[in-house]
Each structure stands twice: as C-alpha cells, then as structure tokens.
Design a protein around this ligand. Structure first.
Ligand code: GAL
Length: 424
C-alpha cells in the first residue's frame, strides 16, 4: 500500500508533522505520561485522535491510549466509572455536557485554572461552552470541537439514479425515501443502537416540533410538551423512518452505516458530522461524492455537541505537568485546526481561520453563529449536552423500546417517554 494512492492520508501525515514541529518548540524537560480515555476508534475518529496524540508527544510526554470502542461513548463511560471507583482514574477522559458537573461533584476532577487563566480561555470560548467546562467557577475540562448533530448525509449519485432530490423537509424525505426504495437501494442507512435511534429521534423532534418544542420537551423536560399532540406526531414520524431502513440495521455501528452511503448501497444517513470524518477518511470529496444538508426542516437550527476532556486529579507531579500541557495543547490553534479537519467538526476556539475547512464545515460555522443569535442553537440530548445522564439514559431507552416494538403505539410511547423524563 503506497501512500501516494492515499493523498488525504499523506496530507494528514504532513500536517501532523507540521503540528509536531509547531509545538515542539515548547517541549518540556519534565516528561510525564498522559493516559487518555476516548471512544474514537472509527476511521475519521482515529485520525483525529492521533492528532491529539501527536500534540502530546510533541511536548515530550508519553501518550497512553485508553480507547474503548463504541459510538456515542456508552461503553467508555461504563469502563471509566469502574476505573475511577477503584481509585485509578486516567489523566483525561472524554466527558461532555452536564456529566462534567456530575463528575466534578464527586470531587475527582482537577482545577485547570492556572492554564486557563494564563491562556485567557474565557475570551477564547463561547460563554455557552466555557460555562459547561467549569465547576463552581473553576475550569475542570478542556473543549476540543463543536459537532453539529442535525445533519443528513447523502450520496448524490444514488439520488440521481433514483430520480429524486436530497430532502429539505420531512415530506420531501419520505418522497425521496420511496423513490430510493423503488430504485433498489436502502433509503436510510441506520445502525440500530440506542444512541443512534436517539440521534434520529432528536432530529425528527427538532424538525417536526420546531425549536421551541425541542427546548420545552427535550431540554426543560416539560411534561406538557412531552405529553402533547406534537410529541405524538414526532413519534409517528420517527417510526415511519424505520420503514426505510434495512433488516440488518439492529446493532450496526454508525460508521458501517456511513460506509453504506459511501459505497452507494444506501441513499442517506441522519447523523452528526463525525460522519463527515468517515467520508473524508475514505477519500471522498464534499459536494461531489457526498452531500451534507441540514436534517429535514432544521435548516435554521443547530443541535450542538461539544467534545471535551475532563482532567482528573493526579498525584505524580510529572504527570500533572503533562496533563496541563495536554489541556493547553487542546486549546492551541494548531491542534484545533488539525483535529477538526479530520473529525468533521469545527473548532470550538473563537476567531479561528476557516480557510482550510470544506463547505460543510463553513456552513456549520456560519449556522453556529447565526443560530446563537436567533435562538436556534440547542444542545443535543442524544449526545449528552442537554439533561442529566440519568434522564438522558431513561429517555433514550424508552425511545429505542418504541423504535424496536411492533406493538407499541405512538400514544403509548408518549406516556413511556414522559415517565422516563422524570428520572433523577
Ligand atoms: C459522539 C461524540 C463524537 C463521535 C460520536 C460517535 O457522542 O461526541 O465525537 O465520536 O459520538 O462515536
């Protein structure tokens, strides 16, 4: 396998080398070890994770990879809990949203204020993000990116063959799905895992219910919204999507679903923009080989999912220094650019140049700013941004129980989900 057959890979290696050179100047003499827990094991994710590894190694530290496979991170969180309970926390772990506060309350996270203050993180991050990275006013985590979750990924050649267009509304979605089915392709690539069902559900809730409904039902967990006729409509629409998935969907990993779109076996996938990392890792060109579009009826909204690393309290001094270097490197412009070019997300650090990013990322970046002003910017419930992990888990299970049942009606699902939302 020669590198020249893989231009993207070569440019990645060149960029990683440049990153190493840029950061090398600050290499420390107090080398330590940093153990990092993450779930980035798919093609695009692994490339992005190696940017983090290169960043750390450039500072002279040792990277101890603690990867726990499983999209959405459910398995990783289970493993992390048992490690922390046994007093053996890693230096950093991929933890997001309200869960950061839950971990901080346990007293296991380190205070990163010296790094954050020296580097002025308050002025480099949107307030909506920096608030989540702090516990009682102190930084306990470092953010890496902003993923947009409400995307639809499509294979334009497949759509052309089926004589239909990439949908912008739910009505168009079902028209397109019918046409794709008639053309003999799987209309919707889906992986039947709870978090993927939930990702589709939240896109439908946002599109069918609108931003205000989404906020009331899925952020405030307002019982009136959760038991409304709108919720029932959301659930029936959600269940209709299942008719256009294939028999082998149950249990399938999300990146294998993306691969079906890449290969033209399926027409489209509803998934966050980590899916773009897979298209890019496969050498595909946005706008030509694949199309990104806001999930139906959600063009004026943005469900955000910010990946971040929580920093755990450590005893060894060299490792503490390495951990601080990790936090600092994560927020560097070099890292934010290289990591996000591979991950499919956009930098979380403000004021970054977007010239190396593709049109999907530019659209995401513009929409992030526009929706933060219009009120259309909302946290993703399916990706740990909106509610407590207990409520999220219970609602997620109820949504999948409905998706997987042949008998449950939308009305019954409404009651089940509303009850789950009371979980503390
Ligand atoms: C999300 C995470 C992304 C991506 C995805 C699939 O929850 O924020 O970074 O990894 O899961 O694994």
């Amino acid at each position: 396998m020669t590198l020249s057959r893989f231009p993207l890979r070569r440019s990645f290696i060149a960029s990683a080398a440049a990153l190493v050179a840029a950061l090398g100047a600050t290499a420390t003499v107090h080398a330590g070890e940093v153990e990092v827990l993450h779930w980035w094991t798919s093609g695009g994710e692994a490339k992005a994770a190696s940017a983090l590894k290169a960043t750390l190694q450039a500072k002279g530290h040792t990277w101890k990879d603690f990867a726990v496979a499983g999209g959405g991170g459910d398995s990783a969180m289970t493993v992390l809990k048992s490690r922390v309970v046994s007093g053996n926390a890693p230096a950093a772990a991929q933890i997001k949203g309200p869960s950061l506060q839950e971990w901080a309350r346990e007293g296991v996270l380190a205070n990163m204020d010296d790094v954050a203050n020296a580097e002025k993180w308050d002025s480099l991050l949107p307030k909506v993000v920096s608030d989540v990275m702090k516990y009682k006013g102190n930084y306990i985590a470092a953010p890496v990116n902003v993923h947009r979750v409400n995307w639809l990924w499509a294979n334009p050649a497949v759509f052309q063959k089926a004589g239909t267009k990439v949908p912008t509304t739910w009505d168009e979605f079902f028209t397109a799905a019918e046409a794709l089915k008639k053309a003999g392709v799987i209309p919707v690539a889906h992986g039947g895992q709870n978090w993927q069902d939930f990702t589709t559900f939240e896109a439908v809730a946002l599109g069918v219910g609108g931003v205000d409904f989404y906020k009331k039902a899925l952020i405030q967990l307002d019982q009136t919204a959760l038991t409304s006729a709108t919720m029932e409509k959301v659930l029936s629409t959600f269940k209709r999507v299942k008719d256009y998935t294939d028999r082998n969907a149950p249990g399938r990993d999300w990146n294998l679903a993306t691969a079906m779109v890449i290969k033209g076996e399926a027409g489209m996938q509803i998934m966050g923009d980590w899916a773009k990392g897979e298209f890019l890792a496969a050498g595909k060109v946005p706008g030509k080989d694949f199309v990104c579009a806001a999930a139906p009826d959600t063009g004026k909204a943005f469900t955000f999912n910010v990946d971040s690393f929580a920093l755990f309290k450590l005893k060894n001094e060299a490792n503490v220094r390495a951990q601080k270097d990790l936090a600092s490197a994560i927020m560097s412009t070099e890292f934010q650019e290289l990591f996000n070019l591979n991950k499919g997300s956009i930098p979380v650090r403000l004021g970054m140049k977007m010239d190396k990013f593709d049109d999907c990322a530019k659209l995401s970046s513009n929409d992030f700013v526009a929706t933060s002003k219009s009120g259309g910017l909302v946290p993703s419930i399916a990706h740990g941004m909106a509610v407590s992990s207990a409520a999220e888990g219970a609602i997620k299970d109820a949504v999948s129980a409905f998706w997987n049942s042949d008998k449950m009606t939308a009305k019954e699902a409404v009651a089940k989900i509303a009850a789950a939302a009371k979980t503390k």
